[in-house]
Each structure stands twice: as structure tokens, then as C-alpha cells.
Design a protein around this ligand. Structure first.
Ligand code: PGA
Length: 251
């Protein structure tokens, strides 16, 4: 059985004090709720959020990480720095990193491998643009992102990988994939994982959906066989919006 996993990607929002306030609200309102929950603040907001969620099961993740150990890499943040803060989870390959900051599949794979070697858990994002979908390239794009993104990752390491399927055209646009379209893409991704790692790994891998998830559509999406959770952007920025999404995963 795959346990539902709801994650909030705060992106470049919420100062340390704002983040600490929201994290404390989430800690309070999610007490006793049996859903795996993660929140991903900006790097500078991480310490305040780690402190605020202490004593809860809320996982705190970074939104990105370097593929290097240390050294002259201005502006980068390493796994070691995150782990020193108590942060053991990281989102890698978000479409905004791919499109605005030029991260390609090979680079993403280097980050995945390095973060795994440092014992971290990874939420690896994949998804097609509108042009790619319209052009009939959905499967080709997902296949490349999964195969290259996970290249040299062992079956054992897959226990520490979550996949987030986020169609780029649905991110922050209010457009959600229909639950049929999303479930089809998730089934395709699960099939790719099966071809790489076998049935047991494929059946155990959590695949989240992301792209304009809100309380009003979460229930329908999460009810689908292959949709095991959500990666939420905009609606993760307030407890009023995020907590009801987490609760949808209980039903
Ligand atoms: P959104 O973002 O929920 O605002 O569409 C999702 C994401 O990019 O992770």
C-alpha cells in the first residue's frame, strides 16, 4: 500500500517569519492527521521552519540542491549544509528550474545521484509542456525525463525517490489535467519504472500529481489508482488552503 504524500512547494514566497508562522499553523492543524506531509520553503526560510515544526511529523524539504560537495560555486547550497540543518529531503528537477535556470536531464541526474549518495530523500519532478503534449510527445518526454533522471539509480535507492508528475501547462495557471489524463500519465510513468526496476519497485513508488491542485479538485485526483499524492504550489501558501488538501488524502 502506498501511503498518500502531500507536499507544499512554497517557491520564492514567505520570509522566515512568515514561513515560521505558517509552519506553526500547519503543525497545529495537522496534529494526528495520518498523511505524509512535506513543505518546501526557500533556503533562507528553512531554519525557521525546521524549528517551527519540531515535534511534528511534517517533513521539511529544500526546493533545490547543488550536485557538488563544496567549493567555489557561488550562490549554490550543498546537501551537507541542508543536512546540518536537519533537512534530509529535496525537490529536484522542478519545471521552473528546468525552464528558467537551464537545468537539463543530465544535470538533474547528477543532483539526484549526489543527493542519494548523501542519504537524502528526493522528490523528482517530471512533466511535459503544452507544445510537447499538443505535438503528441508526452510519452517521449516522460520517458526521457525518467530514464535520464534516474540513470544509475539502484532499485534500493528508489525507496528514497518520489516522482512528481507536473504537466507544465497546469502549473500556476488554474488549468488542471483531467483526472483521466493525469491517471494515464501516472500509469505510463509507473510502467516506465517497472521496465527499469521491476513490478515491486513500481508498485511501491509514490507518484504525486502537481499543477493547480486545490481542495476542490484534490479529492477527485487522489481517488485515482495511480495518483498517490500531490505537489501543491499556490495553494500551499496558507493553512486554510493546504490543510483541506491534506485532509482529502484521508478519504
Ligand atoms: P501550482 O504549482 O500548484 O501553483 O500549480 C505546483 C508546482 O509547481 O509544484
Amino acid at each position: 500500500m502506498r501511503k498518500p504524500y502531500i507536499a507544499g512547494n512554497w517557491k520564492m514566497n514567505l520570509t522566515p517569519s512568515e514561513g515560521a508562522k505558517l509552519a506553526a499553523e500547519l503543525k497545529d492543524q495537522l496534529k494526528g492527521v495520518d498523511v505524509k506531509v512535506m513543505i518546501a520553503p526557500s533556503f533562507v526560510t528553512l531554519p525557521a521552519v525546521v524549528e517551527a515544526v519540531k515535534g511534528s511529523n511534517i517533513i521539511v524539504a529544500a526546493q533545490n540542491v547543488s550536485d557538488k560537495e563544496s567549493g567555489a560555486y557561488t550562490g549554490e547550497v550543498s546537501c551537507q549544509m541542508l543536512k546540518d540543518l536537519g533537512v534530509n529531503d529535496v525537490i529536484i528537477g522542478h519545471s521552473e528550474r528546468r525552464s528558467y535556470y537551464g537545468e537539463n536531464d543530465e544535470w538533474i541526474n547528477r543532483k539526484v545521484k549526489y543527493a542519494l549518495s548523501q542519504g537524502m530523500n528526493i522528490d523528482l519532478c517530471v512533466g511535459e509542456t503544452l507544445d510537447e503534449r499538443k505535438g503528441g510527445h508526452l510519452k517521449e518526454v516522460l520517458s526521457r525525463q525518467i530514464k535520464v533522471g534516474l540513470s544509475d539509480v539502484s532499485a534500493k535507492d528508489m525507496e528514497r525517490i518520489t516522482i512528481a508528475y507536473e504537466p507544465v501547462w497546469a502549473i500556476g495557471t488554474g488549468m488542471t489535467a483531467t483526472s483521466d489524463d493525469a491517471d494515464d500519465a501516472h500509469a505510463y510513468i509507473r510502467g516506465l519504472i517497472e521496465s527499469l526496476y521491476g513490478k515491486t519497485v513500481a508498485e511501491n513508488t509514490i507518484i504525486q500529481y502537481g499543477g493547480s491542485v486545490k481542495a476542490s479538485n484534490a479529492k477527485e485526483l487522489l481517488a485515482r489508482k495511480n495518483i498517490d499524492g500531490a505537489l501543491v504550489g499556490g495553494a500551499s501558501l496558507s493553512a486554510d488552503k493546504f490543510v483541506p488538501i491534506v485532509r482529502c488524502a484521508l478519504e
